[in-house]
Design a protein around this ligand. Structure first.
Ligand code: SAH
Length: 353
């Protein structure tokens, strides 16, 4: 993207920045309020009917309005979960999943097109990272999904394609914009951010003092095993990561949750469960510990298998016996391949890229 396009990325602007931008074009500032309202409804420029045609023409020609378009939509006949494949302004694709809960509607969004973290079980990283998403493209997934379902989304999980902390500045701006009361109005307490463990960025995030929930993808409890499935562990090992988590909790008072993907024969034994509980208690003992167990979604190219239901249950019960609050991730959208990265991957294969 050229710098010019980046400087005109209107949905990545705060309301004040948008007002300055509109005024600099010689257009009265109340037009910025109208434009802001339309953007957060997911309107296309030609639908912004109360803006003068001359202004709409300028917008169409001179700004980047990075609302994604829906390339594919799948709705689960089991639980209504909606999976959206989005096309970005430059032809890249990312995915979001909309989940309906009793307490409200949540969306799982992507933060990068692809990923360069290289986790061995993950579909998103098969072809590396193409690019970071703009703040507008993260907001855009929510805005367009709301328009698709005709209902308000009240929670966000950053667990789609990409490593959010590898796109730190854009993600931080997104987190700021998403809470705008006259925009999406989704407060930090309704946002979870999941990371594979970029310790330098976790320490930076700690300084921001946000009320979001940080989730750590741990997936193994000794360095040898973790490095074998998550290359990031060669850079920051378990001790370094959990020390950063402990410091983060002490400084912010915000609980951290842990994700643990269960892979048959790799990390799902009773010994693993006991090691995991000891490890977490040692580092995080001053915090109520929650572990979210995710039976691995097999990705054809990866060759990992899901643990048997019985081992998953046993693993969970062992953690609970060690006073760790463990839950198994509810499988939503089982009939639509709702795990992230798979639709984007299919699309690449179809396009032969
Ligand atoms: N980059 C972030 C977000 C990734 S996706 C992170 O690593 O946390 C969210 C979660 O799904 C992560 O815990 C990730 O490790 C896990 N995951 C990725 N591929 C998976 C698969 N095939 N089966 C089960 N969980 C998977």
């Amino acid at each position: 993207m050229t710098d010019k396009a980046k400087n005109t990325d209107i949905l990545s602007m705060t309301r004040e920045e948008l007002t300055d931008f509109v005024e600099a074009m010689g257009v009265p500032s109340f037009r910025a309020n109208q434009l802001w309202g339309w953007m957060y409804k997911g309107a296309r420029i030609e639908e912004m009917t109360n803006l003068p045609e001359s202004f709409r023409k300028i917008l169409a020609q001179q700004v980047l309005y990075a609302l994604p378009t829906v390339a594919k939509k799948q709705v689960s006949s089991i639980d209504g979960t909606v999976k959206l494949l989005f096309r970005l302004y430059d032809g890249q694709h990312v995915e979001s999943v909309v989940m309906f809960y009793e307490h409200g509607i949540s969306i799982c969004i992507s933060s990068q097109a692809g990923c360069r973290m290289g986790c061995k079980f993950c579909a998103s990283t098969l072809h590396g990272k193409d690019r970071d998403l703009l703040p507008s493209e993260m907001l855009g997934q929510i805005v367009v999904a709301q328009r698709e379902i005709g209902q308000r989304i009240s929670g966000v999980v950053m667990m789609g394609i990409g490593e959010p902390l590898d796109n730190y500045d854009n993600v931080l701006r997104f987190l700021h914009l998403v809470s705008a009361p006259d925009g999406l109005n989704i407060g930090a307490r309704h946002i979870s951010l999941s990371t594979c463990g970029l310790v330098d960025k976790i320490r930076m995030l700690q300084q921001e003092n946000l009320q979001i929930t940080l989730s750590i993808s741990l997936h193994a409890c000794d360095d040898q095993k973790r490095s074998a499935i998550m290359p990031v562990n060669n850079r920051w090992n378990i001790q370094t990561l959990l020390t950063a988590c402990s410091d983060y909790f002490k400084a912010t008072g915000r609980r951290i949750s842990f994700e643990y993907t269960l892979i048959a024969g790799v990390n799902d034994s009773a010994e693993d469960a006991l090691k995991l509980s000891k490890l977490l208690t040692r580092y995080m003992g001053n915090m109520p510990i929650h572990v979210n167990l995710i039976p691995v979604n097999p990705v054809a190219e990866r060759g990992f298998n899901r643990s048997a239901a019985k081992s998953v249950e046993e693993f969970k019960n062992l953690l609970i016996s060690q006073r760790i609050n463990a839950t198994v991730r509810r499988k939503l959208g089982a009939d639509i391949d709702a795990s992230c990265g798979q639709l984007r991957h299919q699309k690449r294969e179809e396009e032969g890229s």
